[in-house]
Design a protein around this ligand. Sequence first.
Ligand SMILES: O=C(O)c1ccccc1N[C@@H]1O[C@H](COP(=O)(O)O)[C@@H](O)[C@H]1O
Length: 211
Amino acid sequence: MTAARVKICGITRLDQAQHAVAAGADAIGLVFYPPSPRAVTIDNARAIARACGPFVTSVGLFVNAEPAQIEQVLARVPLQLLQFHGDEPAEFCEQFGRPYLKAIRMRPELDVVDAISRYPSASGILLDAYTPGVPGGTGETFDWARVPAAPSVPVVLAGGLTPANVAEAIIRTGCYGVDVSGGVEAAAGDKDPAKVENFIVNAQQAHAKGE
Ligand SMILES: O=C(O)c1ccccc1N[C@@H]1O[C@H](COP(=O)(O)O)[C@@H](O)[C@H]1O
């Protein structure tokens, strides 16, 4: 069994991207959602993605963006994976011809297995907390017992993860990977190096305990 992969999302600074990679992050997330305090410009994102190197996955996060906006980003930023964090149907996500993660927000009444089945072309499904009116990055958790035991695609767990709870989250869900934003920040968009390191170490050790 391989260790749970770690994505550090909402990176806005080159030095913080390099630090996350040096600390062992498998992926970094670049937010192309202008209302977010973690939103990046195309030029900044390009510099960050290029600095991360070819063996680290640079993920572009979009929320109900126009296709033209996404194409504009793709033309300049070397992204290996797209993350759709809004209400995008599978046909929308597929049109860019790139691997993608679809975020599913865990509304209380949601049939999770059915929701996942609507994205057969996704490389993975990201399960996030549901907060009305806010698409993500809320720092809220959801009931991890709702994560399917044998999902048809890799599941990335998100929502309110921190260095303190990531180990338990991995052990309880057996997820493929974890994604964190607010839980490793000093302030919105400003990653705290010690929190990033602790998050990654705790995620790696959690897997060892769970084997
Ligand atoms: O990070 C954001 O600002 C953001 C904005 C809009 C949609 C998603 C966003 N981030 C993603 O939200 C989840 C959970 O974040 P958190 O750890 O609870 O802060 C995660 O997948 C982020 O990638």
